[in-house]
Write a protein of this length. Structure first.
Length: 258
């Protein structure tokens, strides 16, 4: 997927999310993000999209002003649909105004801020729609061709040097001597091998032997590795090998889950 495809999907995913949450109880708990209410979830989704729109649209190479300009969501849930859709549209316009190689700040300090943020907003929209589904008792569906790039974003972000550096608890938990986990989508092209090394987690897109293999529909893989669905509640996934290694991995995949 390229930037325009990611932002098209952001608008579509946000529209569904907005329809689900509109007018609902702002204080409703979000079980997949135990510290959040529905209002917190809405605030995060819409506020992040607006913050990234500012960062990208104004071609910022330093994020301070974008962070300071974070816009909280309305307290009236009857305003949520319009506010969320407006934020997604604003983000789409911001990305349309820049080129793929336009210098924009991103957390790892690289030069590819535009591709990074387009993928991040897409994955955020997909995963947080699953949070809304859990909070409201809605059925969650996501096409395999969208679930695969969402998995790619999740795994790429959590195995990045920046994440390792900024989350010492994660780094301590993930240090290893070559233990490998293989995630394999069966309904769309997508395979990843995460290898735990002493100083980083190496992510490869390949088919190879691993200590534990998880195979199944891409959407189930996404929900399980993002901690939006317990492994035992995903019977379509097949696990072969060291289940304890997989459990340890999932236990520490806690980014944006709390």
């Amino acid at each position: 997927m390229d930037t325009s495809a990611y932002l098209k999907a952001v608008v579509e995913q946000t529209s569904t999310f907005a329809d689900w949450v509109h007018g609902r109880d702002a204080a409703a708990p979000v079980p997949t993000c135990p510290k959040w209410t529905l209002a917190d979830l809405v605030d995060h989704v819409g506020g992040t999209q607006r913050m990234v729109a500012m960062l990208v649209g104004e071609q910022m190479t330093e994020p301070g002003r974008a962070f300071a300009g974070y816009v909280p969501g309305p307290t009236d849930s009857g305003q949520w649909r319009a506010w969320l859709n407006d934020g997604a549209a604003e983000a789409r316009r911001a990305f349309a105004s820049v080129a793929e190689d336009t210098p924009v700040w991103e957390p790892a300090g690289g030069a590819a801020g535009v591709p990074f943020w387009s993928r991040r907003l897409f994955s955020e929209a997909c995963v947080h729609r699953a949070d809304a589904a859990a909070a409201l008792g809605m059925r969650y569906e996501l096409a395999p061709q969208l679930a695969v790039p969402a998995i790619e974003d999740w795994l790429t972000t959590l195995t990045s040097r920046g994440y390792w550096k900024n989350r010492p608890d994660f780094a301590d938990a993930m240090r290893g001597d070559g233990q490998a986990l293989h995630f394999h989508a069966t309904d769309a092209p997508g395979e990843w091998v995460a290898r735990r090394e002493p100083d980083m987690v190496v992510l490869e897109r390949t088919h190879t032997k691993a200590d534990v293999v998880v195979r199944g529909p891409a959407v189930e893989l996404l929900l399980v590795i993002s901690r939006r669905r317990p492994l035992d509640a995903a019977p379509a996934l097949e696990v072969q090998g060291d289940r304890a290694l997989l459990d340890h991995w999932i236990e520490h995949m806690d980014w944006v889950a709390g």
